[in-house]
Every structure is written in C-alpha cells, then in structure tokens.
Design a protein around this ligand. Structure first.
Ligand code: DGP
Length: 110
C-alpha cells in the first residue's frame, strides 16, 4: 500500500483537481513548477513497467486525463513525466504521471 492508494480510496486528503471511476488527479505536495499535478489510476499498479497488456486502455485514459488537466489548469505547453523505479527518481510505488507547467522547462531533465 502507498500514500497514493490511500488518496485513491479517500482515506487521505489531497487537493483534487479531477476524478472519475478509473483515475484521479491532485496537486503534488512538493511542486517542481507553478503547476504540478499527479495523475494516478485507482488500480494500484506499482510502476509503468508492471502494467500489462490488459492495462492498455487505462494507460491511454491516464494520458487523456493528463491533457485534460493541463487544459483545465490553463497550460499551453506542459511536460509529462513518469519515473519508473528508484534509480529514475520514483519514490511512491503507485503509478503516477507528473503534469508540469507554468514555467519554461529545459531539456534534458536532470
Ligand atoms: P516520484 O518521485 O515520481 O515517485 O513522485 C512522487 C511525488 O509525490 C513527489 O513529487 C512528491 C509527491 N507526494 C509524495 N507524498 C505525497 C502526498 O502525500 N500527497 C501529495 N499530494 N503528493 C505527495
């Protein structure tokens, strides 16, 4: 279990910006940009590399939700980040998409 699992089940508070039957989106507690929202599936998939073929529609839905949240937040340009594994910076093992925007974003990321 993770903090995101608890948020998804409504057991822990979060600043929600979107939710439906399969996904929810809420503001990151440690924002790295003026807009920093996390999009998660309700299904507790630990990390992207553990998603299966039967999760394809859900993964597509998460991308659609991310774009919707970006539009809702008034972002023209934005970045999506998925950290997969501790070595890539993942600290919460419940799949999440970071939606980042509201400032110029440089490339490559750190
Ligand atoms: P990652 O490093 O990719 O696993 O990102 C985890 C993000 O989750 C990190 O930016 C901080 C955020 N975070 C951790 N705990 C909480 C929490 O309890 N609530 C919210 N809203 N965000 C959290």
């Amino acid at each position: 279990d993770t903090v995101f699992g608890r948020i998804a089940r409504g057991e822990m508070q979060a600043d929600l910006v979107y939710e439906d039957d399969r996904a929810l989106a809420f503001r990151d507690v440690a924002p790295q940009a003026p807009t920093h929202v996390l999009v998660i599936p309700r299904k507790p998939i630990a990390r992207l590399s553990e998603a299966g073929e039967d999760d394809e529609a859900l993964l597509g839905h998460l991308l659609t939700v991310a774009a919707r949240v970006a539009r809702q937040e008034g972002l023209g340009d934005f970045r999506l980040v998925v950290n997969d594994g501790a070595g890539a910076g993942q600290s919460v093992f419940h799949l999440h998409l970071h939606v980042l925007g509201g400032r110029p974003l440089t490339w490559p990321p750190g």
